[in-house]
Design a protein around this ligand. Structure first.
Ligand code: GLN
Length: 262
């Protein structure tokens, strides 16, 4: 599936690998195709509406579910966005009460709510170590996702709704699987997350000793900061929830200087 530029994530992963001299091959996997997913280094799945999700759901139940679970247990990094994220969970219950079973790789459950959660998101994540990194993206979903004990949240919401608009969590992580509501595309704007996935992939093949050479990310860093500043500014006008104190604690200083420079 692919919504709101999700496919841009594939481009970001490919380029950031190639810029480091890592050869990249891409394989699009279609409905009904049985695949050994352990043969791949990174898996990606974008978002989609209920109609597409229904097709994927059937395919997952009949064809791909077991192979995907096997790859995840084998440590294959997997990024899934929104509708894709929901189908990696236990189920997605649509607005009409139809329950689409997921493959339960992620211990999460999703039920559609009445109100769509739409807008920019800024979140703070500890995925890549002890320093909080910001994630910025765009969400548009009616599904409310609740996390079970088998996963940890990807991030805490600073601006926007995230998983369910209630508990302040965004996304879910299990082994090297990252589920998130962030479209946008999320990886070009948040290169640290792209690098986390690439590093996990390289470590799976060659062991923990591997480090990724840093890239010149001046443009990406600027784009990220601009997107964060924009999200905060728009939130003020659109009554998007903002957790002000946490936002200030995580991005306060950086935001101030950004606004000053524009
Ligand atoms: N149909 C799902 C929802 O609205 C997913 C939408 C999406 O992927 N943007 O919750």
């Amino acid at each position: 599936m692919n919504l709101y530029g999700d496919r841009g994530n594939v481009i970001a992963l490919s380029r950031r690998a190639e810029w480091r001299g890592i050869e990249v091959g891409l394989t699009a996997v279609g409905l009904g195709e049985a695949v050994d997913f352990t043969a791949f280094d990174i898996l990606f799945m974008g978002g989609g509406q209920d109609k597409e999700q229904r097709l994927i759901c059937e395919d997952f139940q009949r064809v791909k579910g077991g192979a995907l679970a096997e790859a995840v247990e084998d440590g294959v990094p997997f990024l899934a966005i929104c509708g894709g994220y929901q189908l990696l969970g236990r189920f997605y219950e649509t607005g009409t009460g139809e329950r689409l079973p997921g493959i339960g790789i992620l211990d999460v459950e999703t039920r559609a709510g009445r109100k769509r959660m739409i807008g920019n998101v800024v979140a703070g994540s500890l995925l890549a170590g002890q320093e909080t990194r910001t994630l910025v993206g765009f969400e548009n979903h009616s599904g409310r996702t609740y996390l079970g004990p088998g996963v940890r949240p990807l991030a805490e919401v600073l601006v926007g709704h995230g998983n369910n608009g209630e508990d302040g969590t965004e996304g879910a992580v299990y082994r090297n699987v990252v589920g998130t509501y962030l479209h946008g595309s999320v990886l070009p704007k948040n290169p640290w997350l792209a690098d986390w996935l690439i590093r996990r992939a390289v470590v799976r093949r060659y062991g923990e000793g591997v480090t990724l050479p840093p890239l010149d990310d001046r443009v990406e860093t600027e784009a990220h900061a601009a997107a964060v500043a924009h999200a905060v500014e728009v939130a003020r006008r659109h009554r998007t929830p903002v957790r002000r104190r946490r936002l200030r604690a995580v991005v306060g200083g950086r935001l101030g200087s950004r606004r000053g420079s524009r």
